[in-house]
Design a protein. Structure first.
Lengths: 114, 111
């Protein structure tokens, strides 16, 4: 069974702080994704990675960066948190070996920026 | 650019009534569509995908290329179907395949 874990369920930070959100998957998946989930806007892709040290921008990368030093771990970084980055952040992974491209999601991190 | 539209933010039906959650898409390529579901306090998970032509938990969805739609249907709604539903379109982008999600429909099945 695929397991995607996120380092925190809830996080409260102050404006201007550097924030790290961590995601780990245990199924040797090549692809990993970071989304933010906002009411009325659905899921919007921030960044994704298809291999170690590889990354591509999604639809809303501004204000974010990512790091993928190991296959199982994908980190989302907010260089200088702002109040408009208050949101639920979802991590997902998928395997290119699976023709279905099913994405498996973590439980989410609810970030509040004060 | 690709787009997925779910016109209803909220949908309420009574238990035993039919339910249809609408999804329309725009995409220049060959579409592959999915429905994902998030039950209360659970993580987002795949419900069904159009290429499988399967029925999951009584739900079905047919891809209509002429109308560019992929509506989710169930003939008799149950209270446990109450959840947030997202329609998603698979897009090939660069070196990976990614999903574009709609804004979601919150379904409430009333007793």
């Amino acid at each position: 069974d695929v397991k995607v874990t996120q380092s925190s369920r809830y996080l409260v930070k102050r404006t201007g702080e550097k924030v790290f959100l961590e995601c780990v998957q245990d199924m040797d998946h090549e692809n990993m994704f970071w989304y933010r989930q906002d009411p009325g806007l659905g899921l919007r892709l921030i960044y994704f990675s298809y291999d170690v040290k590889m990354k591509e921008k999604g639809d809303i990368p501004e204000g974010y960066s990512v790091s993928r030093e190991k296959k199982e771990r994908f980190s989302l970084i907010l260089e200088s948190a702002s109040t408009n980055q208050t949101s639920m952040y979802l991590c997902a992974s998928s395997s290119t070996r699976e023709s279905t491209d099913t994405q498996y999601f973590g439980p989410g991190t609810r970030l509040t920026v004060l | 650019a690709q787009r997925v539209t779910q016109p209803e933010k909220l949908l309420s039906v009574f238990k035993g009534a039919p339910v249809e959650l609408k999804c329309n898409y725009s995409y220049s390529g060959s579409p592959e569509l999915f429905w994902y579901v998030q039950y209360s306090r659970q993580r987002l998970q795949l419900l069904l995908r159009h290429i499988s032509r399967e029925s999951i938990k009584g739900f079905t969805a047919d891809l209509n290329k002429g109308e560019t739609s992929f509506h989710l249907k169930k003939p008799f709604a149950q209270e446990e179907d109450s959840a947030m539903y997202y329609c998603a379109l698979k897009v090939a982008s660069g070196s990976a395949r990614q999903l574009t999600f709609g804004s979601g429909t919150q379904l409430t099945v009333l007793p």
